[in-house]
Design a protein around this ligand. Structure first.
Ligand SMILES: Nc1ncnc2c1ncn2[C@@H]1O[C@H](COP(=O)(O)OP(=O)(O)OP(=O)(O)O)[C@@H](O)[C@H]1O
Length: 221
């Protein structure tokens, strides 16, 4: 199963993030379908908080203004579970109580009915990333790279409308990092998903091939 993608752009409209009265970050950008927008900046400049705002899981400690839209649909007041965001973090965060396949089946939308059909889709998703036959494995027995691929497919089978990537490659060794970059960006592009990538690694930005916005590089009032 491939992520459906909607060929709709993602817009961050005049988003400002403040913490305890201090401006951390301000950004306005439209990310086109299949485009990866990279956001870089110093530690503590609010990059993860920006993704939390976009994903709808912002900590109330932050004072945020601005809006997020997918196409012309305003998501700002929409609950996280209804935003259709696909999110990858540094850690794959696989559910340890589910098998590898169970992790994927869990993410397939409920509209896809039938145990057999759901299992087939999960098996196909695993096969696409070189993990045929891994359905019944315990996630704890997988290597870091294998876990990362399961996490990616778990996101894509959920048919997200956009991707939020928070340093998803930083814990992989150099060779795997390059492979995962290629895999993630090629799938995001193929599915037409607007993607925001937060990273400290310029090589991630180069591989993403899209625009780069640097935040937190100047004093802000
Ligand atoms: N729940 C919270 N309550 C108060 N302050 C917080 C909370 N979460 C994060 N912060 C602070 O908000 C600031 C922005 O954090 P954020 O994680 O968005 O930065 P970042 O740019 O992603 O940093 P890094 O590059 O180190 O991951 C930091 O100073 C952080 O300490």
């Amino acid at each position: 199963m491939q992520a459906v993608g909607t060929s709709r752009s993602l817009t961050l409209a005049d988003v400002t993030i403040r913490l305890e009265g201090r401006m951390l970050l301000s950004i306005s950008a439209t990310v086109m379908p299949g485009e990866v927008l990279t956001v870089m900046g110093p530690s503590g400049s609010g990059k993860s908080t920006l993704l939390a705002f976009a994903g709808g899981f912002l900590d109330p400690a932050f004072d945020v203004s601005g809006r997020i839209l997918i196409g012309d649909r305003d998501l700002t007041e929409i609950a996280a579970n209804r935003r259709h965001a696909g999110i990858l973090f540094q850690d794959p965060l696989l559910f340890p109580h589910l098998s590898v396949g169970g992790n994927i089946v869990f993410a397939i939308p409920a509209a896809v009915k039938g145990h057999k059909k759901r299992r087939e889709l999960a098996e196909e998703a695993l096969e696409q990333v070189g993990l045929a036959g891994f359905f019944d494995r315990d996630p704890e027995t997988l290597s870091g790279g294998q876990k990362a691929r399961v996490a990616l497919q778990r996101v894509l089978v959920s048919t997200p409308e956009f991707l939020l990537l928070d340093e998803p490659f930083s814990k992989l060794d150099a060779a795997l990092r390059q492979q995962m970059r290629e895999l993630v960006f090629s799938k995001a592009k193929a599915a037409g998903l607007p993607t925001i990538l937060v990273t400290h690694d310029g090589a991630d930005a180069a591989a993403a091939g899209g625009r780069l916005i640097e935040v937190g590089t100047e004093e802000k009032a």
